[in-house]
Design a protein around this ligand. Structure first.
Ligand SMILES: [Zn+2]
Length: 216
């Protein structure tokens, strides 16, 4: 099964992607991580580092290229849960031509909830695991459960950048939504309440899909 999550920053995509990965026993593919891992790889579009280190947006062609390469690896043969991909219509169409998704979950949240969530968001600078003070707190305050590193706030989460992110999200998500609606695989999920309530809805959809696969 191939699954992707779309939605605004702070909607809980990473958390729900991890839960989905555990349920189906397939790996999560996080664009941010694979770009970091392949930072210095020479491709015909340049290296990711050239963009990342100068703060420029990594072009779709380069991201698509690196994702394609990853998907060739045997780890992803049974399926994959995407986190942070596809982000543009170009990426969505590219993926659809090669490795079509089975379902895309759109996590819908109101703007004020996005702001609340991002402000309470912490990240582990070592292993990149993310936490939320209300929704998904670490076991020990300020310390990463996985590796014991001291957690930090995401430095890009200032109000101005946040509002810009939300605006960009609205435009990008609307376009992606239309694409996936046309493919007939979009599932809207109300993600305004806590992690478990959101997860319950997602799990139900996945289980229904598994049931109908078995019957078919
Ligand atoms: Zn950690």
């Amino acid at each position: 099964m191939r699954i992707a999550f779309i939605g605004p920053p702070g909607a809980g995509k990473t958390t729900q992607a991890e839960k989905t990965s555990d349920l189906l026993d397939v790996p999560v593919l996080t664009t941010g991580n694979i770009l970091r891992d392949h930072k210095h790889e020479q491709t015909r579009y340049g290296t990711p580092a050239e963009y990342m280190e100068t703060g420029r947006l990594v072009p779709d062609e380069l991201i698509n290229h690196i994702v394609d390469q990853q998907l060739q690896e045997p780890t992803y043969s049974r399926g994959v849960v995407f986190d942070g991909y596809p982000r543009t219509v170009n990426q969505a169409e590219h993926l659809h031509d090669r490795h079509p998704l089975d379902v895309v979950f759109l996590l819908e949240v109101q703007d004020h909830h996005i702001i609340d969530r991002i402000n309470e968001r912490l990240i582990c600078p070592n292993c990149q695991k993310s936490y939320h003070l209300n929704y998904n707190p670490p076991k020990v305050y300020g310390v990463c459960d996985s590796c014991g590193t001291e957690l930090t706030r995401r430095e890009d989460d200032t109000q101005a950048i946040l509002e810009e992110k939300i605006q960009t999200y609205r435009e990008q998500t609307k376009a992606l939504m239309e694409v996936y609606q046309a493919y007939g695989i979009l599932q809207r999920i109300q993600a305004d309440s806590d992690i478990e309530t959101t997860w319950h809805q997602i799990k139900k959809v996945i289980q229904q899909m598994q049931d109908s696969q078995q019957q078919g």
